[in-house]
Design a protein around this ligand. Structure first.
Ligand code: PMP
Length: 440
């Protein structure tokens, strides 16, 4: 008997007892290869001595000093390090405790930016269907995961949703990827005209869609067109890199590969690598200047922003990702993983698409490859894969997404960047076993 309020009230998961590199070990001694880093969190594995040492050292010095009174050396160091590697034009970092908080801060900063500029009519956002931006009310409102939104729909911020850039299902026969990208990007233009651009604060999107689609990058040119449209109408481009950022796709920020410059970018998950709960919202110098030259105060804040221990841990993480070569390793091992998945599952009768970048890979399951027909949702394929993989000692992140109004299934893989060649083999073997069991 426990008084913990669990995620699922009828489930009894094992107790995680220890971490060992890419493995989690439960109370009974069973080892699980962490093929999804939880949910794309544990980029450095579960036993990095440098990160834990930094946590101990900082806790010994000072664990907490409220940002209403103090700044701290770890927060300043981490902000400087992030900005040194951030997309062009991004100049300031606002620390929070996780992904949803980072998105909330982004939405509120974007709104306040326009208030400071004397444009109060901007009150709504445009985002994409089949996206996830977090579970707090603002983030849930911009997200396009209808199943999660529905019960809370009356409480949402006003957001309209356009199509995601989802080549596997969206590109028409005879259409080039580039033409497809421009066609779906132009939905933003059409939606802006429909609602009136002067009412819109910004466009929110994940550069590589994580939880709701399963590691779906955009096609070349898509985000450049999105940027042009945002600029033409004076709206902000807010990129949510909570899942795909921090080296996960093989570059520190995923948007580097799309050649696009955001006005605001959110990060979390890999930033603390699971060692500490931390996220951040990074904004352009122009947005910061509007606040600085206006009210001088971002009307937001949480008790734990800029927590010194969390920042000290994240600073070591980002150091490893950048000068320590871990992002380059994610790019290299990501290729190994991608090739291993294609070799093993490229001809699988029920795997319609294998996609992703770096250590962020997705497999989409279908009843029929030719017609791309998804499995009947009543079969609960993604839940069965999760259970069979767990049984086989593999943590992966299968989800159901809505495809053309129907539920589809995919598996998301986001392993630690420290994975070895042998562990890639183990991951693929265990996944194959799980698929056999789940699809039988
Ligand atoms: N944005 C994206 C893209 C995410 O994947 C997530 C978490 N899955 C969030 C925001 C929310 O982050 P958190 O769960 O840390 O609040």
């Amino acid at each position: 008997m426990t008084h913990v309020f669990p995620r699922h009230t009828r489930a009894r998961p094992p107790r995680a007892a220890r971490g060992d590199g890419a493995y989690i070990i439960d109370e009974t001694g069973k080892r699980y290869l962490d093929g999804s880093g939880g949910a794309a969190v544990s980029c450095l594995g579960h036993s990095d001595p440098d990160v834990t040492q930094a946590i101990k050292d900082q806790a010994d010095r000072i664990a907490f000093a409220h940002t209403g009174f103090f700044t701290s050396e770890p927060a300043e160091r981490l902000a400087d390090r992030l900005i040194a590697h951030a997309p062009q034009g991004i100049e300031r970092v606002y620390f929070v405790s996780g992904g949803s908080e980072a998105v909330e801060a982004a939405l509120k900063l974007a709104r306040q930016y326009f208030l400071e500029k004397g444009e109060p009519s901007r009150t709504r956002f445009i985002a994409r269907r089949q996206s996830y931006h977090g579970n707090t009310l603002g983030a849930l409102g911009t997200g396009g995961n209808m199943w999660r939104r529905e019960p809370f729909a009356p409480l949402m911020v006003e957001t309209s949703h356009i199509a995601p850039c989802y080549e596997y299902r969206g590109r028409e026969a005879g259409e080039t990827p580039e033409d497809y990208g421009l066609r779906v990007a132009d939905e933003l233009e059409a939606e802006l005209r429909r609602v009136g651009p002067e009412t819109v604060i910004g466009f929110v999107a994940e550069p590589v869609v994580g939880a709701t689609l399963g590691a779906v990058p955009s096609v070349p040119g898509y985000f450049r067109r999105i940027r042009e449209i945002c600029d033409r109408h004076g709206i902000l481009l807010i990129l949510d890199e909570v899942m795909c950022g921090m080296g996960r796709t093989g570059t520190l920020f995923a948007c580097e590969q799309d050649g696009v410059r955001p006005d605001i970018v959110t990060i979390a998950k890999g930033l603390g690598a699971g060692y500490q709960p931390i996220g951040a919202m990074l904004c352009s110098g122009e947005i910061y200047a509007a606040i600085e030259g206006g009210s001088g105060f971002f009307q937001h804040g949480h008790t734990y922003i800029g927590h010194p221990v969390a920042c000290a841990a994240a600073d070591v993480v980002v150091e490893k990702l950048t000068t320590g070569g871990m992002t380059a390793r994610a790019a290299r091992m990501g290729e190994v993983l991608g090739e291993a998945l294609t070799a093993r599952f490229g001809q699988h009768p029920h795997i319609g698409d294998i996609r992703g970048r770096g250590m962020f890979r997705g497999l989409e399951l279908v009843e029929d490859r030719e017609s791309k027909t998804p499995f009947d949702p009543s079969r609960g394929i993604n839940k069965r894969i999760k259970a069979a993989a767990f049984e086989a000692g593999l943590i992966c992140y299968p989800m159901g997404g809505t495809i053309d109004g129907r539920q589809g299934d995919h598996v998301l893989l986001a392993p630690p960047f420290i994975l070895t060649d042998d562990q890639v083999g183990e991951l693929v073997d265990k996944l194959a076993t799980a698929l056999d069991v789940a699809l039988a």
